[in-house]
Design a protein around this ligand. Structure first.
Ligand code: DC
Length: 219
């Protein structure tokens, strides 16, 4: 299976790194966080309460998610920009703890990954969705560094949010993502751990590509 998995907490740099690695390998990139965000957006749009499990299950079962390059569509809506807000950060984290949502999205992710030549990024790519992937990485950075990066990202998108608020949200999301019972955020046993706090994206990408090459040469 030509799959590279990159898991890790919010703001560790997974999106930038997975985009660069995919480009270098000529693979496509699967942003699974965007899928959780898209479902969160749809549930809000439909005014569905997250505790209404039947309705959440129905919407999830019937929804259609499609990637077109860097854009993501849910049903007919292009939600690429709409899902990148602090509100969607928190809502997607909550939605990702609902088992029926995870089952449905993991199914879709496996289907997309089965086509091969894929860099899949998320929280449970190496542990649950693609346990047989040959190349697994777990990317971390300190919460403070991740908050600084997130603040910068939000500013580029035109959102000004206090650093202290972002840091608090990151710590809260880490806690929620790591402590949920289904597919909690944790490194796969055979993942290479990478702390990106004091490395540039280019350095992290070179490290990942070197690891992949090393493993390929051995096999
Ligand atoms: O990577 P991200 O911040 O875009 O992810 C949004 C939320 O989705 C995050 O709180 C955790 C969740 N998520 C998940 O539970 N499993 C994944 N494979 C990807 C994301």
């Amino acid at each position: 299976m030509d799959i590279v998995t990159i898991d890790g907490p919010a703001g560790a740099g997974k999106s930038t790194i997975s985009r660069m690695v995919a480009r270098r390998l000529g693979y496509h990139r699967l942003d699974t966080g965007a899928m959780y965000r898209a479902v969160a957006w749809l549930l809000k749009e439909e005014g569905t309460s997250l505790s209404d499990t039947d309705e959440v299950a129905r919407i999830c079962r019937e929804c259609h998610i499609r990637f077109d390059g860097e854009r993501i569509f849910i049903n007919q809506s292009d939600v690429t920009n709409l899902i990148r807000s602090p509100e969607m950060d928190m809502l997607a984290s909550k939605v990702s703890g609902i088992p029926v949502v995870r089952e449905r999205l993991a199914g879709m992710q496996k289907e997309i990954g089965m086509k091969g030549r894929c860099v899949a990024e998320g929280r449970d790519m190496g542990t649950v969705v693609f346990p047989d992937a040959d190349y697994k990485f777990f990317l971390t950075a300190t919460a403070e560094e991740r908050a600084r990066r997130r603040k910068k990202q939000l500013e580029i998108a035109g959102e000004i949010v206090l650093y202290e608020i972002i840091l608090k949200q990151i710590i809260e999301r880490d806690r929620a993502d790591s402590s949920r019972s289904m597919s909690p955020l944790k490194p796969a046993e055979d993942a290479v751990l990478l702390d990106s706090t004091s490395f540039s994206p280019a350095e992290v990408v070179e490290f990942i590509l070197a690891e992949i090459k090393k493993k390929r040469d051995l096999s």
